[in-house]
Design a protein around this ligand. Sequence first.
Ligand SMILES: Nc1ncnc2c1ncn2[C@@H]1O[C@H](COP(=O)(O)OP(=O)(O)OP(=O)(O)O)[C@@H](O)[C@H]1O
Ligand SMILES: [Mg+2]
Length: 263
Amino acid sequence: MTKTKEKIKNTIFISSGKGGVGKSTIAANLAVSLAKQGFNTGLLDTDFFGPSMPILFGLDNAYHKIYEEGKKELFIPISKNGVKIMSPGFLIKTKEGETQRIPVVKEAVRQIIQKTAWGNLDYLIIDMPACTGDLAVSIIKKFPKAQAILVTTPQQLSISGSRIAGNMYLKPKINIKILGIIENMSYFIPDNHPKEKHYIFGEGGGMELAREFQIPLLVKIPFSTELGHLNNQGQSVFLSINSTIKLKFRKLAEDINILMIDH
Ligand SMILES: Nc1ncnc2c1ncn2[C@@H]1O[C@H](COP(=O)(O)OP(=O)(O)OP(=O)(O)O)[C@@H](O)[C@H]1O
Ligand SMILES: [Mg+2]
């Protein structure tokens, strides 16, 4: 295992301006979906304040193995559901709940990015912090060829946050292409009334943002109590009995792959 010759073909930031809109859920299930389609896929969790990947993959007691190459130490990602996962949650200090100061976190992120032995990847999916501040920018700078996907719920608070994140990516100094918008929690379908769609958070927000940035609305993911339960149990969406949700993630991976080929 060595970093010297490894190649990452496509890197995608999963981003938003506000917290709790579903970035980690989408990053995790998109990564599994890409892996299921035969792509070598890595997943980088950049959330030092509340890493989600150990929970979303049912790896709460896992720790990264450290591989020593000469004088260098490399982190070996943990594989689950075909995805190579790297998370601060797999590092001992994060688990102990030490107070994290931003400069310390920035340095830890830098180390994680530099020291992870991914091997060759078709896709690296990066679960970004919910902000446009210093920390986000320092991560973005490490992946100048990456592209971004903006996640929003239909609510105006979330849309305005994602608009700010979108404008940050397009700044000349940053200059990251935005691939598209994902609208999460778009509507709710009651189990006992499967033909009904309830737009509990309003309608049209994702499309509004897509029009503004002139990029595609990639998918509308419904609010699904089953998806919430699967998250709690550390299981992927592909174990769902709800085929709509599975198909949404399968098609999302296919569409992203087409967009990346066209790029
Ligand atoms: N489509 C959905 N249906 C039902 N629950 C969802 C859906 N998407 C996400 N959730 C739930 O909403 C909560 C927030 O999701 P998640 O942690 O993925 O958001 P996030 O944007 O990564 O948050 P943060 O900014 O705090 O990192 C979680 O409890 C998750 O299980
Ligand atoms: Mg998250």
